[in-house]
Design a binder for this molecule. Sequence first.
Ligand SMILES: CC1=C(/C=C/C(C)=C/C=C/C(C)=C/C=O)C(C)(C)CCC1
Ligand SMILES: [Fe+2]
Length: 356
Amino acid sequence: MTAARAGRPAVDAPADMTAPDVLRRRLFQPTTAAFAAVAVLVALLDVAGIAVPEPVQVVPFAVSVLLFGLPHGALDHLVPARLDPGISRRRSIASVVLLYAVLGAATAAVWIVLPVAGFTLFILVTWFHWGQGDLWLDRALGDAPPSRTDAALTVLVRGALPMLGPLLLHAREYAAVLRGTTGLLGARSAPAGALLESPVIRLTAALVLVALITAHLVVRRRAGGRPAPAVGEITVLAIFFLVVPPVLAVGLYFTFWHAVRHIVRLELLTDGGRAALQRGHLLRSFGRFLRDAAPLTACAVVLLAALALVLRSADLGTYLLLIAALTTPHTAVVTWMDRRRSQGVAAVRGEEPVQR
Ligand SMILES: CC1=C(/C=C/C(C)=C/C=C/C(C)=C/C=O)C(C)(C)CCC1
Ligand SMILES: [Fe+2]
């Protein structure tokens, strides 16, 4: 259906634009620009001696409960059926529910027995998971070459930006999140917090980040990929995570960068979603997704409320504990999707029929 027939202004993407072009111009480039604008704004406020108030910093995480963040994993139970016509809806739901029960409980057990190890595992799993999300997109947009070294470095760099970046200039807030989460489980994490705040660790993190970024860009160029878009995104994200207070920065990244990209990936697996995205109808596509994800998002909200009651705390730490338990199985689902990579990549290029 064209926009004119729908009786709205002509907002359809031009017919000669491919899906990657449309997504790049309508979604990914504006997102990068918005992140750059936030970094500039925060830097200007800083110069003026104004700090972003703490209640404002948690707004993106609060928004993520219903918009994009928590919902982005709420279709995991349908992913196997969407990707493989040989897998029935019933089998898809049963296997993913089992996966969530086993890996979610195992993650919770680590947190309960060894909270600091739970936190460390959470950072490492997120590092990998957010890195794999950006690798998928780089490949889908034709920027990343089919090289294993490029893949490994992309995952390492993209995950390191949000997980190591905040440590360089905001180690105190980083350590506060460690205390805020592990403290809910009765842990005394003073030594680990002090370690995070030590100059040696922060300097090491800076060196690792610079080395990874350099190696990544060199390898991408040599392997025949397109380094230019990556340079732009990495530069903006590096400045963003250096400048913006971590709770605000990581909340914005989770909600409007990682989750949005994953939603695009899932929408491209359906006829309706792909058609909407190819025409640049982003809001329609996100609306469809949020509606589909509503039942399981509601279940996750109930779990969050139950956790808040058990821990007698309804703060960011509680929410992060829930996310930690859900992220391990979610990462397993996405890793399975990656192994069937050809589907997703072909879908964004409009080369392949997709199933509902
Ligand atoms: C909030 C915050 C942190 C950790 C956030 C994490 C680890 C979030 C993970 C979210 C996931 C995995 C969502 C699912 O895709 C850091 C880095 C300690 C820095 C201080 C602020
Ligand atoms: Fe995710």
